[in-house]
Write a protein that binds this ligand. Structure first.
Ligand code: PEP
Length: 250
C-alpha cells in the first residue's frame, strides 16, 4: 500500500509572515484521518519560522533544493545537514526550473540525491520532458532515462526514502495538464524502469507524484489513476483553500 503524498512547492513566493499565515490556514483546515501525507516546501528563508508550527502536526516540512557538499566555501548554497537542522524531512531535487535556469544535470541530481539520503532527508526527485521532446515521441525515453541516471548507485533499501515526481515541463505553471491517461502511462513506464533496476517489490512500493498545473478541478481524476500516488503542486499550493481541496481529493 503506497500512502499518497501531496506536496506544495511554494517556489520563490511568500515572505516569512505570509508563509506563517499560510501554514496556520492549512493547519486549521487540514483535519485528521485523511490518510494522506502532506508536505510544504517554503523558500529557505521561511523554513525556520514555520518549523515550530508544524511540529507534531500532519504536515511535514520540505526544502526546494540543496547543495551536495556537507559544508565548505560554497557561497550562497545550503547543505543537507542545515535542512535537517531546520526541521526539513523532504527536499525537492532536480525540479525542471533548476534544470532549465540553473543548468542542473542528471549527474548533479544524482549527487544531490546521495547527499540528501546521507543526511537523512527524503528526496522528491523531479523528472519530465519538454514539449518538443513529447512532440517528437521521445517523452518516455527522456523521462525513464532521467530516472535511471538520477538513481545511479542508489540502493534498493534507500529507495524506501525516495519519491519521484513526474512533471512534464510543458504542464508546469501553464494551466496545461497531461491527461490522466497520459500521466498514468508515464507513471507506469517509470514503475517499469524501477522494476528493471530494483525488482517488482521495490517498484510497487515507490511513490510517484504527478506535477504540472494540478488544481482542485483535476486532482480527483489524476488521483484515480492506479500509478499516480500523489501530486507536487506549485501555483495551487499558494492558497490554503485550493491546496486543501487538493489534499482532500475524492
Ligand atoms: C511545480 O512547480 O512543481 C509545479 C507543478 O507547478 P504548477 O503546479 O504551478 O504547474
Amino acid at each position: 500500500m503506497r500512502t499518497p503524498i501531496i506536496a506544495g512547492n511554494w517556489k520563490m513566493y511568500k515572505t516569512v509572515g505570509e508563509a506563517v499565515d499560510l501554514v496556520k490556514a492549512l493547519l486549521a483546515g487540514l483535519g485528521s484521518g485523511h490518510g494522506r501525507e502532506v508536505v510544504v516546501c517554503p523558500p529557505f528563508t521561511a523554513l525556520y519560522a514555520v518549523r515550530p508550527l508544524l511540529v507534531g502536526t500532519g504536515i511535514a516540512l520540505g526544502a526546494q533544493n540543496l547543495y551536495h557538499e556537507r559544508e565548505g566555501a560554497f557561497t550562497g548554497e545550503i547543505a543537507p545537514g542545515m535542512l535537517v537542522d531546520v526541521g526539513c524531512r523532504y527536499v525537492i531535487i532536480g525540479h525542471s526550473e533548476r534544470r532549465q535556469y540553473f543548468t542542473e544535470t542528471d549527474a548533479g541530481v544524482n549527487r544531490k540525491l546521495k547527499a540528501a539520503l546521507a543526511a537523512g532527508l527524503r528526496p522528491i526527485m523531479c523528472v519530465g520532458e519538454s514539449k518538443p521532446q513529447r512532440d517528437a515521441g521521445e517523452a518516455e525515453a527522456i523521462v525513464t532515462g532521467q530516472v535511471g541516471a538520477g538513481l545511479v548507485d542508489i540502493s534498493a533499501a534507500q529507495m524506501a526514502e525516495v519519491v519521484i515526481a513526474y512533471e512534464p515541463i510543458w504542464a508546469i505553471g501553464t494551466g496545461d495538464t497531461a491527461t490522466p491517461a497520459d500521466a498514468q502511462a508515464m507513471h507506469l513506464a517509470i514503475r517499469h524502469t524501477l522494476g528493471d533496476m530494483y525488482g517488482d517489490a521495490v517498484a510497487q512500493s515507490v511513490r510517484i507524484q504527478y506535477g504540472g498545473s494540478v488544481k482542485p478541478d483535476n486532482i480527483d481524476e489524476l488521483m484515480a489513476q492506479p500509478d499516480i500516488d500523489g501530486a507536487l503542486v506549485g501555483g495551487a499550493s499558494l492558497k490554503a483553500d485550493s491546496f486543501l481541496r487538493i489534499v482532500h481529493y475524492q
